[in-house]
Design a protein around this ligand. Structure first.
Ligand SMILES: *[C@@H]1O[C@H](CO)[C@@H](O)[C@H](O)[C@H]1NC(C)=O
Ligand SMILES: *[C@@H]1O[C@H](CO)[C@@H](O)[C@H](O)[C@H]1NC(C)=O
Ligand SMILES: *[C@@H]1O[C@H](CO)[C@@H](O)[C@H](O)[C@H]1NC(C)=O
Ligand SMILES: *[C@@H]1O[C@H](CO)[C@@H](O)[C@H](O)[C@H]1NC(C)=O
Ligand SMILES: *[C@@H]1O[C@H](CO)[C@@H](O)[C@H](O)[C@H]1NC(C)=O
Length: 319
């Protein structure tokens, strides 16, 4: 077992060092209060609206710049630049709601019963150079496996915020269950909003030798969409097949000061539309929203439109 632990540490250490090194160096940002002409507004099937942008000179600032490139299935998608970790594929961005969804990074640990070779991949996200935050209300940390303990570290490894749980062995009697109840699957809420997370599987605790399942998984995912299936433990590859359609919910802010402070600097204040207002985001920043009765994009001039007018300009068929 000692050599297995070494294997895990050897893989883990470079990533952790990167996460630690990427502390919040706030470089002065050039802020554009309006979208530039000629910027790409779509990447594949995902709409990319201001304050986000694709390519140099597009979007509010460097922090809002996204990449548009092919994903591993050959489709064009916007990506959040990885800040020394890997780039994160966006499946949607909502400007009015201040939300976005990324494809799930998955941590896994599998072993080969024949030669006891352990293969692992530990995953996470680093959003420190971006406007995004990992939502702690809309995501859950989920562990799948048979006697598998996994945990998630938030806000850098030094801050000490972790959450974890044990997915216990699936027995014959519990096979009918298909909820994430602790048998074969466990879930915990994460304690804080964070810009970084990293998910590890503790194989010195996880006792695979007593189970049929040879892989353990850890993932942070949108709570409303996840449904556990016992096939994740009994059919190799079935979890991987389902996870492709799930995502992690991110919130984003337009600036990292409180409204009161942001409003004092007219050259950077983001809520530029008439009929828009500033909303504090849990003391971590601010976002903008259209006033009641108005909808649209509060971050551009005349972006907030009367909802009646929006409906009129986009005819909806009535029965
Ligand atoms: C497990 O290890 C054996 C011996 O090295 C190898 O033949 C087999 O293909 C491996 N199985 C998997 C699933 O990797
Ligand atoms: C997260 O880390 C940053 C930088 O180390 C720190 O300023 C902040 O207070 C931490 N957040 C929480 C909730 O502890
Ligand atoms: C792992 O499970 C086997 C079979 O149930 C048991 O004999 C062994 O003591 C367990 N090991 C640990 C470290 O819990
Ligand atoms: C994932 O979504 C695609 C497109 O909506 C669909 O064709 C596919 O069946 C879904 N896969 C699973 C496992 O739900
Ligand atoms: C206002 O914001 C701009 C752009 O971020 C910045 O360069 C400037 O220093 C800010 N002014 C004050 C008074 O903070």
């Amino acid at each position: 077992m000692a050599s297995l632990s070494f294997f895990k540490l050897a893989l883990l250490t470079p990533l952790l060092l990167l996460l630690l090194a990427s502390s919040t160096s706030s470089v002065a940002q050039l802020v554009r209060l309006q979208p530039e002409r000629g910027c790409q507004s779509q990447c594949g099937d995902v709409k990319v609206d201001y304050p986000f942008g694709i390519g140099k000179g597009c979007g509010r600032s460097e922090h809002f710049r996204l990449l548009c490139k092919r994903n591993d299935r050959g489709r064009f998608k916007p990506f959040i630049r990885g800040n020394k970790l890997y780039d994160l594929e966006l499946s949607s961005i909502s400007v009015p709601e201040g939300l976005a969804r990324i494809k799930n990074p998955v941590s896994w640990l599998c072993y080969n019963r024949t030669d006891w070779y352990v293969s692992v991949d530990y995953a996470g996200a680093d959003l420190t150079q971006t406007p995004f935050w990992v939502s702690n209300t809309q995501n859950m940390f989920i562990v799948i496996g048979s006697n598998v303990f996994a945990y998630i570290s938030l806000n850098g490894t030094k801050s000490g915020y972790t959450a974890g749980c044990v997915a216990q062995k699936l027995s014959k009697e519990s096979m009918v269950k298909s909820s994430c109840s602790g048998i074969g699957c466990c879930e915990v809420t994460i304690p804080i909003r964070s810009k970084t997370y990293f998910m590890s599987i503790d194989e010195s605790f996880s006792n695979f030798s007593s189970s049929n399942s040879i892989c353990g998984y850890a993932v942070l995912t949108e709570v409303d969409r996840f449904r556990f299936s016992t096939s994740y433990l009994t059919t190799p590859g079935s979890f991987e097949k389902d996870i492709v359609n799930l995502s992690v919910v991110l919130d984003w802010t337009i600036g990292n000061e409180k409204c009161e402070l942001a409003q004092r600097n007219i050259t950077s204040y983001g809520c530029v539309s008439s009929h828009s207002t500033c909303v504090d985001y849990y003391g971590l920043g601010y976002r903008c929203s259209c006033l009641h009765g108005y909808g649209g994009n509060p971050y551009i001039h005349r972006g907030c439109q009367r909802i009646k007018d929006i409906q009129r300009s986009v005819p909806v068929p009535f029965n």
